[in-house]
Design a protein. Structure first.
Length: 336
């Protein structure tokens, strides 16, 4: 006598292939079983990527990878179907030919040194679709710091690196009307200095000024700006720009106990009240610290001619955002 395999009618499971974009939250996909199905049993080859419960609902989306789901038609496990689950980085969908859309945009610009605005030759420029995704497009700056790159339109997270410089990170909107004058400012590595502050902005106003005030050993306060560019052993204004875009760069050489305050002054509109020139300037400030910390600040959408950006505790090195707008016509009084 021989065993006779069980007989059953045709049955099927749908979908047989699932491809999802990884995200912060769990995603749920119910399976549909059709035909002669009695008491289905489910299992996953990789539960970290895709779990499946007795209800036939797939739970996934937080871990990138692949999993094969096994579905038996009954508790006897007498017939088997497979479902492939792929969880991809969001950049995969953006760069895959099946999902590509939109026009191609030619981006061009310069990579410059924050201390002297000279071009940084051979810098590597990488474009990603997300902060943690792989590089989708890349190019190198030429010997003078210039670069060109064609990419599909969209938002890109950009990383720029060069030997001896702190890596630059930021978002770039590649749109058909994107300006061809992208300026990326690289800060040289901090060699014994405490911090470096880099200000950039748009075409208008033409003249924004960096101001740093801080304590002196004698109990007074110093003020580094365009008319007092160096405070001995404390800080200095490396670059003063008066014709749009920046950068304006201040390097802090040492800290002593007390409050250090950094502010941006709209020199162009200093006598105007009210004024929204600074708020509409697109100004951003990056501060790089010697321990590797980095913070980026964006000008608030509020009227004023002075943007007090942040303070530093000279005893601990702690950076505290302020992001307050106010008015001041006299440059010597900014940040004091």
């Amino acid at each position: 006598m021989t065993d006779t395999p069980p007989t059953f009618s045709h049955w099927e499971v749908q979908p047989r292939s699932i491809r999802l974009s990884a995200g912060e939250f769990e995603q749920r996909v119910p399976l549909s079983l059709r035909g002669d199905v009695d008491a289905p049993v489910f299992a996953s080859s990789n539960p970290e990527v895709a779990e499946i419960g007795p209800d036939g609902v797939i739970r996934c989306g937080w871990t990138i990878g692949n999993a094969v789901l096994m579905v038996w038609r009954s508790s006897a496990r007498d017939s088997l179907r497979h479902v492939l689950v792929e969880v991809r980085d969001p950049s995969w969908f953006a760069d895959h030919p099946d999902f590509a859309s939109g026009a191609t945009v030619l981006l061009s610009g310069m990579v410059v040194n924050a201390l002297n605005t000279s071009g940084v030759g051979n810098a590597l420029i990488e474009f990603r679709r997300s902060e943690t995704g792989p590089a989708a497009y890349q190019t190198f700056a030429n010997a003078y710091g210039g670069f060109e790159l064609s990419v599909p339109e969209g938002f890109y997270y950009v990383e720029v690196t060069a030997p001896g410089y702190i890596a630059w990170h930021g978002w770039v909107n590649a749109a058909p009307n994107t300006s061809g004058d992208i300026q990326i400012v690289l800060s040289p590595e901090l060699d014994g200095q405490v911090a470096r502050i880099v200000l950039q902005w748009g075409l208008n106003p033409r003249d924004l000024d960096s101001h740093l005030t801080g304590p002196t050993p004698s109990g007074g306060r110093f003020h580094v700006f365009y008319s007092h560019t160096i405070e001995n052993e404390a800080a200095e204004l490396d670059v003063d720009d008066t014709s749009s875009y920046g950068p304006e760069t201040i390097t802090i050489h040492r800290l002593i106990p007390g409050v250090y305050r950094y502010a941006v002054h709209d020199y162009t509109n200093r006598n105007a009240n009210p004024s929204t020139g600074l708020a509409q300037s697109g100004a951003s400030v990056k501060v790089f610290l010697s321990d590797g910390r980095e913070q980026t600040f964006t000008v608030p959408n509020a009227p004023g001619t002075v943007w007090t950006v942040f303070e530093i505790d000279g005893a601990t090195g702690t950076v505290t955002p302020v992001n307050a707008m106010s008015y001041q016509s006299q440059p010597a009084n900014v940040g004091m």
